[in-house]
Design a protein around this ligand. Structure first.
Ligand code: NAD
Length: 478
């Protein structure tokens, strides 16, 4: 399979794809590894993740550069992605001593109840091109300390970073010493390989990150055999800007979350819902930001916005802008730049699209730097607009009114998995659970108690008395 860099559009490598049979064999090997790994004490499993964190620290600059080269995000964001891998390793190491269960009061005398968490089996990870390495780490670090083995199918568009990470894993495994073979594997290929993993009876957990279309296909296959899904799918993040908002802060947050990764994050800010009183001022400021942003080679430290990933991304962006105009929108920016210098790559100016309302195109995730701007008058109207899309990943409000902030975070507020106040919707820390509702798939990864998604729960009742009372007072004395 050819590998291209979005920086110039040039082919930079070729990799060998796995066959379906090889992918299935990888799962069988991973299952054998699981049978041994589940018996290794969790804190010792944490030691492997600690070593992996050390390897990632040592390789941060190189791996970050490779992420920029293969995916096209700017250096700062690529380094941030590797830092996220390091952070989740640290988190998982601590967790390896904290996989707490429960003791539960029994209604029966001389009885005890407890809840224990056990390893699940093989965890398959399917990841998207836009976070080519961090998403694997979120899953693998937790899966490993939880006693599972991992088979990773990276995006077929970004295999080099995955192979590099596998090398780092090999170094950590060698230093660890006695981990079972096939504990951590990578299989290279496209949707067909993803289907093999989805259907394989020994894949107990499937963590799939990508488009909603992919998530629907994968979850239908998983449902047929009752495997556990962790789905991280499309987003359509919004920001409400209230009259009391600190507009300077809001503009900075909008710039990073709408332009970062060239609008190709699942948490990219796509909808600006601004109060009529502040709308015009905001739009004027944002047009100035669009004019000022340095677009170009993501490896150049002075660049703030790299290329779109591929021609298909550019075509999708232009299609969405045309539809927005047809639906009454006015477009600022959005055109191709640097075309003479990079005829086979796709650099664009970010687009700000003033919309008369939340029309059909605004409800769709277009994976490009398009920010739709809309006005609101009443706060309830703003919340309703925020929630009235099929996706439910990330959201935020800029306000200095504590009532509005709390209402936004309440049961009747944002319906997203992530709801922020006076911070943009993207760039989450690993300490919190990450994921979203509705078409985003409902999965949770990373922090908080997301680890429970990688383990099976066992409830045990222990009778230490000399009689056998039945629950609910049932009498059954033969
Ligand atoms: P994509 O759906 O095209 O591909 C994602 C992965 O799924 C790839 O590895 C691909 O090979 C695999 N795949 C595709 N069809 C499959 C099938 N039928 N069975 C099994 N595997 C299949 O997505 P993409 O273009 O790489 O990434 C962009 C999308 O990912 C956006 O929608 C974005 O919002 C989403 N995303 C979500 C999150 C999140 O955490 N919610 C994070 C990153 C990206």
């Amino acid at each position: 399979m050819p590998v291209f860099t979005p920086i110039t559009g040039d082919r930079i490598a070729s990799v060998k794809a796995h066959t379906g049979a090889q992918a299935a064999a990888a799962v069988d090997g991973a299952h054998r590894a699981f049978l041994a790994w589940r018996n290794v004490p969790a804190p010792r499993r944490g030691e492997l993740v600690r070593l992996l964190g050390e390897e990632l620290r040592a390789a941060k600059a190189d791996l970050g550069a490779l992420v920029s080269l293969e995916m096209g995000k700017i250096r700062q964001e690529a380094l941030g992605e590797v830092q996220e891998m390091i952070d989740i390793c640290d988190f998982a190491v601590g967790l390896s001593r904290q996989l707490y269960g429960l003791t539960i009061a029994s209604e029966r005398p001389g009885h005890a109840m407890r809840e224990t968490w056990h390893p699940m089996g093989v965890c398959a990870v399917i990841s998207a091109f836009n976070f080519p390495v961090a998403v694997w780490a979120w899953n693998a670090a937790l899966a490993l300390v939880c006693g599972n083995s991992v088979v990773w199918k990276p995006s077929e568009k970004t295999p080099l970073t995955a192979l590099a990470v596998q090398r780092l894993c090999d170094r950590a495994l060698a230093r660890f010493g006695d981990a079972p073979d096939d504990l951590l594997q990578v299989v290279i290929g496209g949707a067909a390989i993803g289907e093999v993993l989805s259907d394989h009876e020994r894949v107990a957990i499937m963590s799939a990150t990508g488009s909603t279309r992919m998530g629907r296909a994968v979850s239908e296959r998983l449902a047929r055999r009752f495997a556990r899904p962790i789905l991280e799918l499309g987003g359509n993040a919004a920001m409400i800007v209230a009259p009391s908002a600190d507009l300077e802060l809001a503009v900075r947050a909008i710039a990073f979350s709408a332009i970062g990764t060239s609008g190709q994050r699942c948490t990219t800010l796509r909808r600006l819902i601004a109060h009529r009183e502040v709308y015009d001022r905001l739009v004027t400021r944002l047009k100035a930001v669009i004019d000022a942003v340095a677009i170009g080679d993501p490896l150049d430290e002075a660049t703030y916005m790299g290329p779109l990933f591929e021609k298909a991304s550019f075509d999708a962006m232009q299609g969405a802008l045309a539809q927005a105009v047809a639906e009454g929108g006015t477009v600022y920016g959005g055109e191709r730049v640097e075309g003479d210098r990079y005829p086979d790559a796709f650099y664009v100016r970010p687009a700000l699209v003033e919309m008369p309302g939340q029309t059909a195109i605004v409800g769709r995730e277009t994976f490009a730097p398009i920010l739709y701007a809309m006005r609101y008058d009443r706060f309830e109207e703003a919340i309703a607009l925020q929630n009235d899309v099929p996706q439910g990943l990330s959201s935020c409000i800029f306000t200095n009114d504590v009532r509005e902030a709390e209402e936004f975070l309440s049961a009747a507020g944002s319906d997203c998995g992530i709801a922020n106040v006076n911070i943009g919707p993207s760039g989450a820390e690993i300490g919190g659970a990450f994921g979203g509702e509705k078409e985003t798939g409902g999965g949770r990864e990373s922090g908080s108690d997301a680890w429970k998604g990688y383990m099976r729960r066992q409830t045990s009742t222990i009778n230490y008395s000399r009689s056998l009372p039945l629950a609910q007072g049932i009498r059954f004395d033969l």
